[in-house]
Design a protein around this ligand. Structure first.
Ligand code: FES
Length: 369
């Protein structure tokens, strides 16, 4: 970098001064080299560019045309909002549609996205068109003043605001006010609709019952190995063995994943003498006991059994349940013991459930705190 020559001295910089050419403020730029004596205070006020009137400012027909265009846009917004609501109910979740670039996509999501997008687009277009063609476009300059304006200025601000409100034509053109209110009001509906509608059906008693409580062909359901799906004889369960179990017929239900998530069970054969709870002994057979595998903290599968300590461990947050004491929580964030499944043996020697769990499985919920 070289030293500046006298002509290039930053103290005598070329300064660009904007100045107005006439009283109406048409302006240009000029380059002046006046040295440090030129201070910003000496700049001339460029003023405002000449105001150009729009058609609608002096032609009522043009203003009416603009109003009609804005009303049409707000009307289109309302139409697309209504189409959104219709699509929400009319198009099935499984319906698909093939689009040129994206290929096969969900018809419901496509329709909801397009209609909602167009609805808000027309609100925006209508507002912009209104502002550009009907609202006052006069620029107003407010001079700087002390922080608290004097009473006269404050009164004039109130008047300016009132004038601005008047210039939006809201009072003179009630149709604009009504369609804008309608478009904005209706636009809020899909947001609430999505929020409430997408929460799905009410759970009713789904959180409290599992497949074990529903008989299959009039008989109690057998305990089936997971994932092999084969029934378990009492004689298969040797001391210390562990089985992961699902109810018979779970794959034939309407929502097998939901049913599995609630009715997974762990079957363990304990030394009966080590079982401390009489109820636990009674609900099992000779030390073979079955417990829900769904952690009562937040629902992870409790699948780690320590044969020496008889502890069942949840891998998610380390809740630990004592299998010799009715699966009581001995460590971790879970607050309730794992519910036990009462079991017995059917005519053919297979293990069956004698009904549902006595308590709801999984995490606590509002009615089971
Ligand atoms: S889900 Fe089991 S401890 Fe958190």
């Amino acid at each position: 970098m070289t030293d500046p020559t006298p002509q290039e001295d930053p103290a005598v910089t070329n300064q660009v001064a904007r100045h107005s050419n006439d009283a109406h403020g048409s302006h240009g730029t000029a380059v002046a080299s006046h040295g440090a004596a030129d201070t910003p205070e000496n700049f001339e006020n460029p003023g405002l560019p000449p105001h150009i009137h729009r058609h609608g400012d002096h032609d009522e027909k043009a203003a009416k045309r603009s109003e009609l265009q804005v009303v049409t846009m707000f009307g289109l917004s309302m139409l697309f909002t209504l189409l959104f609501i219709v699509s929400y109910f009319a198009i099935g979740q499984d319906a698909t549609v093939t689009l040129p670039l994206s290929g096969k996509v969900g018809a419901s999501h496509t329709a909801l996205g397009v209609t909602l997008g167009l609805s808000i687009l027309f609100i925006g277009l209508g507002a912009i068109h209104w502002a550009k063609t009907l609202m006052s476009d006069e620029e107003v300059v407010e001079e700087r003043h002390p922080l608290r304006s004097d009473d006269e200025t404050r009164a004039s601000v109130v008047k300016t605001l009132a004038d601005a409100a008047e210039s939006t034509h809201l009072t003179r053109r009630p149709l604009l006010k009504m369609t804008m209110g309608g478009a904005l009001g209706l636009f809020a509906l899909p947001l609430g609709l999505q929020l409430l509608g997408s929460m799905g059906p009410m759970p009713r008693n789904d959180l409290e019952v599992t497949l074990w409580g529903k008989k299959l062909n009039g008989k109690n359901r057998r305990l089936m190995r997971d994932p092999a799906g084969t029934a378990i004889r009492l004689s298969d369960v040797t001391l210390g063995s562990v089985f992961h179990v699902l109810p018979e017929g779970v794959n034939e239900t309407e929502h097998p994943l939901n049913e599995k998530a609630k009715s997974s069970v762990i079957l363990v054969s304990l030394d009966e003498n080590k079982i401390k709870s009489q109820k636990q002994r009674d609900w099992g057979i000779g030390g073979v006991v079955a417990y829900s595998k769904i952690c009562t903290h937040v629902g992870c599968p409790v699948g780690l059994y320590e044969q020496q300590t008889h502890h069942l461990l949840c891998p998610c947050h380390q809740s630990t349940f004592d299998m010799t004491e009715d699966c009581k929580v001995i460590f971790g964030p879970a607050k309730r013991p794992l519910p036990q499944l009462k079991i017995s043996v059917d005519d053919e020697g297979y293990l069956v459930a004698d009904g549902d769990f006595a308590d709801a499985v999984g995490p606590s919920f509002w009615e089971l705190a």
